[in-house]
Design a protein around this ligand. Structure first.
Ligand SMILES: C[S@@+](CC[C@H](N)C(=O)[O-])C[C@H]1O[C@@H](n2cnc3c(N)ncnc32)[C@H](O)[C@@H]1O
Length: 286
């Protein structure tokens, strides 16, 4: 069964805005990314990036992976659909003196203006999975990557028992079903879909590796409850679910389920937060 998912809910009626863009501009993902910096850096370290490389970070947010990639000396272009996150990323690049790091607006479904075979590596960590046309996304990631280069994706896994998958599952239970034809972003965590999408982009299955890995949501001083409050206030998908729950008089029930989840998965020994979340790490040799 396809997982029911709510996280790319349409924009309010009457809006002409791209709903995918509206969802991510609605909140402020920087407030969530604050819990993800440590794992972003660890993931980048594991990629073996060296200075002359040119890297695309797609669905980059404010640079959780783009900033450490640039610190390693790579020339990095961060592309994201949300204008506020592109602005935040460019501020972080300027503050860090990272002159070879540029953020720009763009849609992973159609990277028009980005030349073919122009990156040694294309990275997308919980980013391109949220674009609505997955076959177009796979085709574009392969198109812009040089032959001999790599595409690396991090994707959440449907029905996984760990934190993010469960946040999205709880959220879906409080939200009306998505529109007809909607493809759940979580399908990017399923091996058969990954093979099919990159296969249609011309990549044989021998060139695709898929392994489960762990990201940590970490804060030394914010509690799991404070992190859930950040999700409810700043993370578009959770904001939408809370709005729907509120309309049904179920806001408290929704909040309590999220807090219980976060507390039960917290591994921190003190007042802070350290919550593991399993994801599918996909590496494609182009
Ligand atoms: C969960 S956040 C992850 C951000 C960042 N990769 C990180 O690890 O902090 C998802 C990101 O994907 C971006 N995004 C969603 N749909 C997109 C699309 N169609 N094209 C480009 N970016 C997109 C969102 O704006 C958001 O920044």
């Amino acid at each position: 069964m396809q997982p029911r998912q709510i996280e790319t809910n349409p924009a309010p009626a009457g809006s002409v805005m791209n709903p995918n863009k509206a969802l991510w501009e609605k909140g402020d993902f920087t407030e969530i990314a604050a819990f993800m910096r440590q794992s972003g850096e660890a993931l980048v370290e594991s990629l073996g990036v060296t200075a002359p490389l040119r890297v695309l970070d797609l669905g980059c947010g404010d640079g959780t992976t783009a900033v450490p990639l640039a610190r390693l000396g790579a020339e990095v272009v961060g592309i994201d659909i949300a204008r506020n996150l592109v602005e935040a990323g460019n501020k972080r690049a300027a503050a860090g003196g990272l002159r070879r790091l540029k953020f720009q607006e763009g849609d992973a479904c159609n990277l028009e203006g980005v030349a073919g075979h122009s990156f040694d590596m294309t990275v997308s960590v919980f980013g391109a999975m949220f674009a609505p046309k997955p076959f177009d996304v796979a085709r574009e990631m392969v198109r812009v990557t040089k032959p001999g280069g790599r595409v690396v994706m991090g994707n959440w896994i449907p029905n996984d028992p760990t934190f993010v998958s469960q946040v999205l599952k709880i959220s879906s239970a409080f939200t009306p079903p998505p529109p007809e034809g909607f493809i759940s972003p979580m399908t990017w965590g399923v091996e058969s879909h990954i093979l099919e999408r990159f296969g249609r982009a011309g990549v044989p299955k021998e060139n695709i590796s898929m392994v489960q890995d762990t990201y940590y949501f970490a804060s030394p001083d914010k509690s799991p409850t404070q992190m859930i409050e950040a999700f409810e206030t700043f993370y578009g998908p959770t904001m939408n679910a809370l709005e729907a729950a509120r309309k049904d008089g179920k806001a408290e029930e929704f909040h309590n389920q999220l807090v219980e989840l976060a507390n039960s998965q917290n591994k921190s020994k003190d007042a802070g937060t350290f919550i593991p979340a399993t994801f599918m790490r996909v590496t494609v040799s182009v």
